[in-house]
Design a protein around this ligand. Structure first.
Ligand code: DGL
Length: 300
């Protein structure tokens, strides 16, 4: 059977695509890392470009959007759902794990694990949207991993998302914002900094330059890609395992679903993904609502 998007779903679960969703285009940084790590896997991306940002919205709203985003991916036949958005991971991961019929992976656990491994016992910093930081999920993970309250410093940096989308990397405006937000982290002597937002991997140079070479930057997109390999393998869903030689050298297909086509879509998308984006389908919000209802659980 061939489903929408040209993906062949007839060969068993391991040949189904991986689904990735985000509040908008930022999650393309996660898709990029996933594709680099798992090049032969097919991937379907959904970006909720009509309702971005999630980082300023409340928990109930984000959870309800996340249910629809993930439901849409499941309706396209994905074998796994990756929650690329840090804010959605913070507010909806547990709920999605309880209600979806496929494995679900978020960005927070892999980021926390990498930071715990990298820190030399000093202070670990976390930066993200207001929602991510106020949810306390990163902080809880770090404390559960053995750090004490004085070793965790979390700060919301809401202006960094629009500045990255406006391509202000390396410019004075960005330097000022980075300094304004990160000075307290520098003063506290953080040895490890979790980049807890889809947009921050594009800021590695600006942040690295400000913080200095002693601070390890944890890129949650890269850490998630490693965690995806582990999860797919343990669930026997890795396409490559047991595959023929031709399968090993294949390059996976990518298709894109968005709830709106932003004016700067092509430009922003290319910067985040590292290549131009083709094969885009626009999904109406009524279709999103219907997709959410298919996998409805009691919203806590
Ligand atoms: N994708 C969001 C995150 O990683 C950033 C953009 C937004 O606020 O929606 O938290």
């Amino acid at each position: 059977m061939i489903r929408e998007g040209g993906f062949d779903l007839s060969g068993g679960k391991r040949f189904q695509p991986i689904g990735v969703f985000d509040s908008g285009l930022g999650g393309l940084t996660v898709l990029r890392s996933l594709h680099r790590r798992l090049p032969c896997e097919d991937m379907i991306y959904f970006g909720d470009t009509a309702r971005v940002p999630y980082g300023t919205k409340g928990e109930t709203t984000v959870r309800s959007f996340a249910r629809q985003d993930a439901g849409l991916l499941v309706s396209k036949g994905v074998k796994m759902v990756v929650v690329a958005c840090n804010t959605a991971s913070a507010f909806a991961l547990d709920y999605l794990r309880e209600t979806l019929p496929v494995p679900v992976l978020g960005v927070i656990e892999p980021g926390v694990a990498a930071a715990l491994e990298a820190t030399g016992g000093g202070v670990v910093g976390v930066i993200g949207t207001s929602g991510t930081i106020r949810s306390g999920r990163y902080q809880e993970g770090l404390l559960a991993g053995g750090l004490n309250q004085d070793q965790v410093l979390a700060l919301e940096c809401p202006l960094l998302v629009p500045l990255v989308e406006e391509d202000k990397m390396g410019q004075t405006l960005m330097h000022l914002a980075v300094k304004q937000y990160l000075q307290p982290l520098k003063d506290a002597g953080v040895d490890t900094l979790i980049l807890g937002c889809t947009h921050y991997p594009l800021l590695k140079d600006d942040i690295g330059e400000f913080m200095g070479p002693e601070t390890v930057l944890v890129d949650s997109a890269e850490m998630l890609a490693e965690a995806a390999v582990v999860m797919l393998r343990s669930d026997e869903l890795l396409r490559r395992d047991g595959a023929s030689e031709s399968e090993v050298s294949r390059v996976g297909k990518m298709s894109f679903f968005l709830s709106d086509l932003p004016w700067k879509f092509a430009d922003v998308g290319k910067r985040f993904l590292g290549r131009p984006i083709a094969d885009i389908t626009i999904v109406g919000l009524d279709e999103m609502e219907a997709a959410g209802d298919q996998h409805e659980g009691d919203l806590p």
